[in-house]
Design a protein around this ligand. Structure first.
Ligand SMILES: Cc1ncc(C[n+]2csc(CCOP(=O)(O)OP(=O)(O)O)c2C)c(N)n1
Ligand SMILES: [Mg+2]
Length: 980
């Protein structure tokens, strides 16, 4: 991010983020939960300046949102969570939906790309305003500091109606100084409902005389539920909860609690609803309801004619993931929600929270055990005996440094098994026949659809869509993911958006049972290019075939296949009709005059550089020939990394600020730059070219930013390259590309010194070059990714979350590549920051008979975020993360592992890991201040930012300065071929 307001920030002028924090404090907010990141760093910085509010840094934004829900439930205050633009926002949606259904006051704040980049396909840009709409009462985007009122309105709506609201705020608005005219907003006081008026009371009494009465609990708390139960006994009427599926048949329904959007479905067609509630709710849109806003508990007491409200006794609150255990559980049915909900509730300070869960669900947010340790919240965990995924609780406790143990408890009632419905088998079979790889499913959904035996399972509920996207990026012609609940779909958003933004379309199958709540069509509208519905067994087979065929289209969207639950009640007859053959219009043929102009420019050029992006897929040979003909190098973008087959040719360096210094210089010196299939999103990586550009792309938008002197070739990369190779002068002979990795000249000292991510990635590159077989490298997001991008080139294939940049991608990608592709070795490089998916998903690699290596670059921090904060001039506040013993955790789930602290040990561990066909985790302890400065470009504002931030930190800042300077010099030396 460019620090436009460096000086006003350095002088401490009030920013939009400060105003936001002031307003939250005025509303009584004590905690905000989230994951710091570039676009929301100013919010973290502003909050960390104030003693009235505390930032709780979590390992995953869904967990952050659930903690905010737990906190709001227990405290009655506004819950606030935040996440960055793109992947952070998509991760918040499930928690927002939980608050929306549970009528809990929640404000979800997501970052957004800078205002000037909105609508320009920026890195991580999505329309989060639209995405949150089906899951919240209000979702808005702010475009300027003058729009503070939008934010205030959302916060007030969330608190006063007790519902979920979302606000997207571009990072540059958040950190911009705010004019005095836009500060100081009033905070409307929350009304304190008392007893109903006489008239209201008599109308309730009259309603209760109905002969066809039922009582419905809707988001009622424990005391309200007990009183309602007593009332139902007294009136001899039935009592039910809004979460119980099915339509209620009674004619008159007394609703106790807060109207959940779920209620509409439960009482479809009923006209006689009477609601006793403490919060008005306009978002329910139930015109036939009579509503009395009152102190529900006191009112029920009065109805029951008993004593006035007894003193509140504070007891343990039980949060549970199990249907058969009494307690508070997720309204949206989010697997594993009990732990983050309980953690948030415990921070509200009322009482101890107890979690009752099983091994599979505890695993979903297991990384938050480290948040439990860092916040010291009073949470006790009870896990069903026999369901633990870890070999011993002791090992798990010591991996996270837990004080309270995890208690194993026996199951109270025997678990019920579901029998597969006949249609499930048909669906499984047709997906198997029509998709090129097994459809991906989470264990959680698989237990609901036992007939889906051909699906490939993931321990983590977020992983299946990431695995499907990774398969498409690995060259698989089609891949898909399947979900059985709305919550499971929300948890898959990151993989779905990743697939869409990286043009790797996948099939998303939603099996929608009759009580399915979420409007899946509306939710996926933004990312879908086609949608199919299966509602009739007779035509089901043909529809599935059609949808699977549609995913092979070179479109940018995912394909949505909606299977209505009824269609699974009987077997599907085999349909004879074949799927429509999709005849893809060959991408536009390049214009002859444009090609001629491009060739003339290339002929005249003294120095040409080629950059290939994802759109050059399939052109490896042509690019190799062209580079020989023009005697120039081919450089790659992150998305185009697998476009070139020859690792030697690939080693010329990746482009962009995150890329290699040599690539930067090659681009800067070139008088003609040929960009083939490079998307706009690549602009996030700041191509440093100064010369004339020739852009070959099928997407007209990629040509929008060209200048007069540039040449635009709208059309197919392959046809264009063929024409170019054909017509350009023949070369004296192709240049030999070096197969060997960079020179390895390490001093003994370097081998024994503390480990650095930069060195570790160089070592991986060297070992992969020696590896005798095909290899795949998958990377997560963080500083470690930049080193991977710069230094690891000798693998056969790489898989990244390039345009969406979601954390948690590497491990599912590596496991699925090992399981479903011909790669002989899969390596995942992940950070220690966003480890929610990483920790949970490694379990799914057990039994894979190939070397699968998980390298955790463990620097005890969100290092990328630390540097992003410092370049803005703000001392680092929220980036440190608690220590997790990853190796111990891996051992506890049955995966071989090692912790290493030096390069020499890392090398030995890596060699051991790739020598045998099994999964292996390396916890690589790396120094923190190993900063990859942008290749070539000098952003003086960023450098000043660093100095401002470090000077504010005093002595630690001086140490950081020394370490970063040394790292930069070392990096530059290495890039120039000298021993770094
Ligand atoms: C789901 C998601 N949340 C947040 C981010 C923003 N983000 C990018 S890098 C990063 C920190 C990475 O920390 P770590 O994994 O420890 O890697 P390091 O930078 O320390 O190498 C964050 C939070 C993201 N890309 N994806
Ligand atoms: Mg880290």
């Amino acid at each position: 991010m460019h620090n436009r307001h460096l000086f006003s920030n350095a002088l401490g002028r009030q920013r939009f983020a400060d105003e936001l924090v002031d307003y939250l404090i005025a509303l009584g907010v004590e905690y905000i939960f989230g994951m710091p990141a570039e676009s929301v760093n100013s919010l973290v910085h502003a909050a960390s300046q104030r003693s009235e509010i505390r930032v709780v840094t979590t390992r995953h934004e869904t967990a952050a949102a659930l903690m905010a829900v737990g906190y709001a439930k227990a405290s009655g205050r506004l819950g606030v969570c935040f996440g960055t633009a793109g992947p952070g926002a998509t991760n918040l949606v499930a928690g927002a939906y939980e608050a929306y259904l549970g009528r809990v006051p929640l404000l979800a704040i997501s970052g957004q790309v800078p205002v000037a980049s909105i609508g320009r396909e920026a890195f991580q840009e999505i329309d989060s305003e639209a995405l949150f709409k089906p899951c919240t009462s209000s979702s808005v985007q702010i475009q300027a500091t003058s729009q503070f009122e939008r934010l205030a309105r959302s916060a007030v709506l969330a608190l006063h109606e007790s519902t979920a609201c979302h606000v997207a705020i571009p990072g540059d608005v958040l950190y911009a100084p705010i004019a005095a005219a836009h500060t100081g907003w009033n905070v409307p006081k929350l009304p304190e409902p008392g007893l109903p008026s006489k008239e209201e009371f008599s109308s309730v009494a009259e309603f209760l005389e109905s002969g066809d009465l039922a009582i419905m609990l809707s988001c009622a708390d424990g005391a309200q539920a007990q009183l309602a139960e007593a009332l139902s006994r007294r009136l001899c009427c039935s009592l039910t909860d809004v979460r119980v599926p099915g339509v209620l048949s009674a004619g008159d329904v007394l609703v106790v609690g807060r109207v959940s959007p779920l209620l509409k479905q439960r009482v479809a067609g009923h006209a006689n609803l009477f609601e006793l509630t403490d919060r008005r709710f306009a978002g329910g849109r139930l015109p036939y309801i009579r509503q009395v806003v009152c102190d529900v508990e006191a009112t029920l007491h009065k109805i029951l004619d008993s004593q006035p409200e007894p003193e509140k006794v504070v007891t343990d609150t039980v949060f549970t993931d199990l249907d058969d255990v009494d307690g508070i559980y997720s309204m949206a049915g989010i697997p594993g929600a009990a732990l983050p909900l309980a953690l948030g509730a415990a921070l509200a300070g009322n009482a101890r929270s107890t979690v009752v869960t099983d091994g599979a669900q505890l695993g979903q947010f297991v990384a938050e055990l480290s948040t439990l340790v860092s916040t010291n919240a009073d949470v006790q965990i009870r896990c069903l005996k026999g369901t633990e995924k870890f070999s011993s609780t002791k090992q798990l406790e010591s991996a996270f440094g837990l004080q309270h143990g995890i208690i194993a408890v026996p199951r109270q009632t025997p678990s019920t098994r579901r029998d597969p419905r006949p249609g499930e088998r048909s669906l499984a079979q047709h997906l198997e026949n029509n998709l090129a790889a097994p459809v991906q499913i989470s264990e959680f959904c698989a237990s609901r659809l036992p007939g889906l035996s051909t699906a490939q399972r993931s321990a983590n509920a977020q992983a299946p869509s990431m695995s499907a996207a990774a398969l498409r990026k690995a060259g698989c012609p089609s891949a898909g993911t399947l979900v059985a609940t709305g919550a499971a779909l929300l948890l898959q958003l990151n993989g779905i958006y990743d697939a869409a933004l990286d043009h790797a379309p996948i099939l998303v199958v939603t099996v929608e049972a009759p009580d399915w709540q979420l409007d899946a069509g509306r939710l996926l509208d933004e990312v879908c290019s086609a949608s199919y519905v299966v509602d009739d067994p007779a035509t089901a087979a043909a529809t599935v075939r059609q949808a699977c065929a549609a995913t092979t289209a070179p479109s940018s969207g995912v394909v949505h296949l909606r299977v209505r639950g009824e269609a699974l009640n009987s077997q599907w007859p085999d349909s004879q009709c074949a799927a429509t053959q999709f005849v893809y219009m060959r991408t536009p043929a390049p214009d002859e005059s444009a090609i001629t102009e491009a060739i003339a420019a290339l002929r005249d050029a003294e120095r040409v550089a080629i950059v290939a992006g994802r759109g050059a897929a399939g052109c490896s040979e042509l690019l190799t020939s062209l580079s020989a003909v023009l005697d120039c190098k081919v450089h790659l973008t992150m998305g185009g990394d697998s476009v070139i087959d020859d690792p030697g040719l690939r080693a010329y360096g990746r482009v962009g600020g995150s890329g290699d210094l040599r690539a930067y210089h090659a681009l800067a010196k070139a008088d003609v730059l040929l960009l083939v299939g490079v998307s706009n999103r690549g602009s996030a990586f700041d191509l440093g070219a100064a010369g004339r550009s020739i852009v070959v792309n099928t997407d007209p938008n990629a040509l929008l930013r060209l200048r007069d002197r540039d040449v635009a070739v709208l059309g197919d990369a392959m046809a264009t390259l063929e024409a170019m190779v054909d017509r350009l002068r023949p070369s004296p002979g192709p240049e030999k590309t070096s197969q060997s990795p960079r020179r390895c000249r390490r001093s003994r000292w370097a081998e024994r010194a503390p480990l650095r991510a930069s060195r570790l990635t160089q070592a991986i590159n060297e070992e992969l070059a020696r590896f005798d077989g095909t290899s795949t490298v998958c990377a997560d997001v963080g500083v470690n990714t930049l080193w991977v991008y710069r230094y690891i080139t000798s693998m056969t294939r790489s898989i990244w979350s390039a345009s969406f940049g979601t954390m948690g991608f590497a491990v599912p990608a590596a496991i699925t590549a090992a399981k479903n592709t011909d790669t002989q070795l899969a390596v995942a490089v992940a950070g220690d920051g966003g480890t929610s998916v990483t920790l949970n998903q490694i379990q799914s690699s057990t039994g894979v008979a190939k070397p699968v290596v998980f390298v955790v670059v463990n620097n005890l921090a969100l290092a990328a975020i630390k540097f992003e904060s410092e370049i803005m001039g703000w001392p680092d506040r929220g980036s440190a993360v608690p220590d997790i013993e990853f190796a111990q955790y891996a051992t506890s789930v049955g995966i071989e592992s090692r912790r290493v602290d030096t390069l020499c040990d890392f090398r030995a561990a890596f060699r051991e890991a790739i020598s045998a066909p099994r999964p292996y985790l390396i916890d690589a302890r790396c120094v923190l201040n190993d900063a990859p400065v942008q290749a070539g470009k000098k952003h003086w504002r960023q450098v000043i930012g660093f100095f401002v931030a470090w000077s504010k930190e005093g002595r630690p800042g001086a140490r950081t300065f020394g370490e970063v300077t040394r790292a930069v010099i070392r990096g530059k030396l290495y890039e120039k071929g000298l021993p770094g």
